[in-house]
Design a protein. Structure first.
Length: 363
């Protein structure tokens, strides 16, 4: 299961964001920042298409797609040198597949900022530099070991050259995700679990008095995100937490009064799912409607294997129709077949987000 690690400075609002997303009730008091063990929770991925299919087929069981969120301990300056909870933090970061970076914009005298002032761009850079230092340390250790050998085999020579490229990038204070590595190069580096290679999303943590979309601190953070090619979301912590505690109908009514089309919680979960490079395909029937998770670029055999290994082993064909085609053809598979949008695909078919799939197999 792929997971998103929630990172940021201590007292930046990470646990509040975690609670908004997961409804897990993790501790958010100031003293909670001293802990190192992360909070973890599985979260259902909001998907209107899945909800509609569940209402339409009225199955005995519904199983939405899920994603795991991990609330990591706060990272402070010099974490890469082992100070604070640095080593434990960086270990958990390396185990995450994508990063949700919480930047604090809210003021609260009861929650003193570790840097004594509110500056989300500075805070983002502090955390980013600690991640860069961590990756530099890993590279320097590996290059030293390779250089200590009397002779490197060809694969080690190739590895050393690639690591030196990565080292040069990091020394320019640029994360490895900006290097534009090829799939083969990424495979070669996969064992190092470089933290600056992981995709990242910035969450601006605000309070309810900061609804102005043109706040100078928010604009500065937006400019940083744009420069770095990172998406940015706003989360109003207290309001979002209160919203998650309401029944669904009251949530909709409350959001309607505020002119909000989608909650910050749902936006963040959907963005995290996309950040992990995931898509959903659906299987439907009276017994179960289920959203299955695949990595983008996966083929029909991968989809079969996600359902059951026997389906992949005995794969013959995949019957496929897109959700959009299904809806536009009277929500009828017979109509879809008649119009030619319900089709049989082979093992090399690349699955699209929202495909409705039935696997034909023989074992």
């Amino acid at each position: 299961m792929l997971k998103c690690g929630i990172i940021g400075l201590p007292l930046s609002g990470k646990s509040t964001v975690f609670n908004v997303v997961t409804r897990a009730g993790a501790e958010v008091k100031p003293y909670a920042s001293g802990k190192t063990d992360p909070n973890r929770a599985m979260v259902n991925v909001p998907d209107d298409r899945f909800d509609h299919l569940a209402r339409l087929f009225e199955p005995k069981k519904v199983t939405p797609a899920t994603v795991e969120f991990v609330d990591l301990a706060g990272l402070s300056r010099n974490a890469s040198k082992g100070e604070g909870v640095g080593n434990a933090f960086l270990s958990f970061v390396s185990e995450s597949d994508a990063l949700v970076h919480v930047a604090r914009l809210f003021e609260n005298p009861d929650v003193p900022h570790p840097e004594n002032s509110i500056d989300p761009v500075r805070d983002w850079n502090i955390v980013e530099m600690e991640l860069i230092f961590r990756d530099l340390g890993v590279i320097e250790n590996r290059i030293s070991r390779l250089q200590a050998k009397k002779k490197n085999i060809p694969s080690e020579t190739e590895e050393k050259a690639l690591l030196e490229r990565c080292q040069a990038c990091l020394l320019e204070e640029r994360p490895l995700r900006e290097l534009g590595l090829s799939p083969d190069e990424l495979r070669l580096l996969s064992g190092f679990a470089f933290v600056t290679l992981k995709p990242e999303l910035i969450v601006a943590k605000l309070d309810e008095t900061q609804t102005d979309d043109s706040l100078p601190l928010l604009n500065a953070l937006r400019e940083l995100a744009k420069t770095k090619g990172i998406r940015l979301l706003r989360i109003f912590g207290k309001m979002e937490m209160e919203l998650t505690e309401l029944p669904e109908e009251e949530q909709k009514e409350f959001m309607g009064e505020l002119g909000i089309e989608e909650s910050g919680r749902n936006r963040l979960i959907s963005e995290a799912y996309a950040l992990l490079g995931l898509l959903s395909f659906f299987t439907t029937g009276k017994d179960e409607v289920r959203a299955w998770t695949l990595v983008k670029g996966a083929n029909a055999v991968d989809a079969a294997g996600a359902i059951h290994s026997d389906l992949a082993r005995g794969f013959i064909r995949a019957q496929v129709v897109s959700y959009e085609d299904f809806i536009s053809h009277e929500q009828s598979l017979a109509k879809c077949r008649e119009k030619g949008v319900l089709r049989l695909e082979g093992k090399d078919y690349v699955v699209n987000d929202g495909d409705m799939i039935e696997i034909r197999f023989n074992v």
